[in-house]
Design a protein around this ligand. Structure first.
Ligand code: C5P
Length: 223
């Protein structure tokens, strides 16, 4: 059982995906961390995240042990992650790990993956696909609060500019751009609490699984 959760920066997909996995007893993979791990390696070596071969080499040798570093969560690494994520060789190097996790999750029951291309590229056959969004203003406010809580305050104008630049790059890149997958359920979390978003997502998942059980699955998810 695979649940795909995609969406732009600070839409609330990470918190939601983690909650869904915990409630369902599934394993959770934050795929953004993989791109952040690659970006961190390139930056730590003094490299340029826009340098395709350097990013591809970093992706090819990335290990799971490196993904726990708190520095990966910073804004600079997020921006660099978006740059390395536009490189086809980087995406290719990370694909097998993501698919392996989705198809053979450590706990054996199911997997929830969140990212930008889970429903479109990594797991187009996922049982349920969610595309989580929120208004730009709501996302800016959320990211601003997150940074404050992490002790990294930044002016709202800077948070807004960073968010726009990253979403634009992620949506307009040639490979695996951020976009709702065919058959994805849109969930707009503007003005919703985490609890309300979780309840709405659980309702979508239950309804989708019930529909599939009754034998009328969405043909777009049969590939
Ligand atoms: O989700 P997070 O903000 O941590 O992701 C960092 C960057 O990694 C994104 O801006 C995006 O460029 C890239 N990414 C991606 N595909 C995914 C997950 C993340 O391109 N599945």
């Amino acid at each position: 059982m695979i649940i795909a959760v995609d969406g732009p920066v600070a839409a609330g997909k990470g918190t939601l995906a983690r909650r869904l996995a915990a409630a369902l007893g599934y394993d959770y993979l934050d795929t953004g961390l993989l791109y952040r791990g690659v970006a961190f390696r390139v930056l730590a070596a003094g490299g340029d995240p826009g340098d395709g071969p350097a990013a591809a080499a970093a992706a090819a040798t990335l290990t799971a042990d490196e993904l726990g570093r708190p520095e990966l969560r910073g804004e600079r690494v997020g921006e660099a992650a978006s740059q390395v994520a536009a490189q086809p060789a980087v995406r290719a190097a990370l694909l097998a790990f993501q698919r392996g996790f989705a198809c053979r999750p450590p706990g054996g029951r199911g997997a929830v993956l969140d990212g930008r291309d889970i429903g479109t590229v990594v797991c187009p056959g996922a049982a349920v696909k969610l595309f989580v969004t929120a208004s730009e203003e709501a996302r800016v406010q959320r990211r601003h609060r997150e940074l404050l809580a992490r002790g990294q305050p930044a002016p709202l104008s800077e948070v807004r500019a960073d968010l726009r630049r990253r979403d634009q790059r992620d949506s307009q890149r040639a490979i695996a751009p951020l976009a709702p997958a065919a058959g994805a359920h849109l969930l707009d979390t503007t003005g919703m609490s985490i609890e309300a978003a979780f309840a709405a997502a659980m309702e979508i998942i239950s309804a989708q699984l019930l529909t599939d059980e009754r034998g009328s699955p969405d043909p777009s998810r049969r590939s």
